[in-house]
Ligand binder design. Structure first.
Ligand code: APR
Length: 230
């Protein structure tokens, strides 16, 4: 089976009702990104940061995967399909995709502030600041904040190198190291970019730009790819 690797960003979930970052003037749901998504922000006001992620979790419980998420699940019938997402939502999982790498963490998990690898499933529950893990250490959101390493990056690079087809969808490609992943694709890899607001500014040899939304363009592209394998 050929391998499809998808790199998704905030635009992937826009049609599910979750706002993108850079279309909101650098604000994340009316908060400055550095206040709620950086180590500095956490040290300055951990109560506010905790409450912010409680709200994001509650919001996530109210939204559903869109036609784009669902289309990607169908790719699995003919392609080894890997989704590398910058999104912290669980909409790819809820659409049924099996192999998902979360580069920037997951809203439905928290981890120990002391032991990085102690990660706990919390679902959509509210967890007030001060909640402790079973070992007695303070829990924090399981989110990769600005100023932190991206632990899944090596795995994402390895998977990108294995791609026969690489689909970039709903990301401004402004945040590194995620934005640099595309440079690891092989020269014979077919590359697509789906974004309604970006046209030709990405100069990448062989890149096919589809200027449409994820929920419209992905079902069509997936149908085309499935027909090629039939
Ligand atoms: N379908 C596809 N793309 C869309 C849609 C849609 N319906 N709506 C908007 N977009 C595009 C925008 O044109 C933009 O290029 O999605 C992109 C969203 O870009 P950003 O808001 O910058 O989101 P993203 O690239 O995921 O941000 C990367 O930045 O703040 C950090 O950690 C955060 O993971 C995030 C990272």
């Amino acid at each position: 089976m050929p391998t499809v690797v998808v790199l998704s960003g905030a635009g992937m979930s826009a049609e599910s009702g979750i706002k993108t970052f850079r279309d909101s003037n650098g604000l994340w749901e009316n908060h400055d990104i550095m206040t709620v998504a950086s180590m500095e922000g956490w040290y300055k006001n951990p109560e506010l940061v905790t409450e912010f992620y409680n709200q994001r979790r509650a919001q996530l419980a109210e939204v559903e995967p869109n036609a784009g998420h669902i289309a990607l699940k169908h790719l699995e019938s003919a392609y080894r399909t890997v989704i590398i997402t910058q999104n912290v939502d669980d909409l790819h999982e809820r659409a049924g995709s099996k192999h998902i790498v979360h580069l920037h963490g997951e809203l439905t998990k928290m981890r120990s502030t002391q032991y990085q690898s102690d990660v706990y499933e919390v679902g959509y529950d509210e967890k007030p600041y001060g909640t402790l893990c079973p070992k007695g250490t303070l829990l924090r959101p399981h989110i990769v904040w600005f100023g932190e390493a991206v632990p899944m990056m090596d795995e994402a690079i390895k998977l990108t190198q294995e791609a026969d087809i690489f689909i970039i969808v709903g990301t401004s490609l402004e945040v590194y190291p995620a934005a640099g992943l595309v440079d690891y694709t092989r020269s014979d890899c077919k590359k697509f970019l789906i974004d309604p607001n970006r046209h030709s500014e990405l100069k990448m040899p062989g890149l096919r730009v589809i200027s449409d939304t994820a929920a419209k363009a992905l079902p069509a592209l997936v149908n085309q790819l499935l027909a090629e394998q039939a």
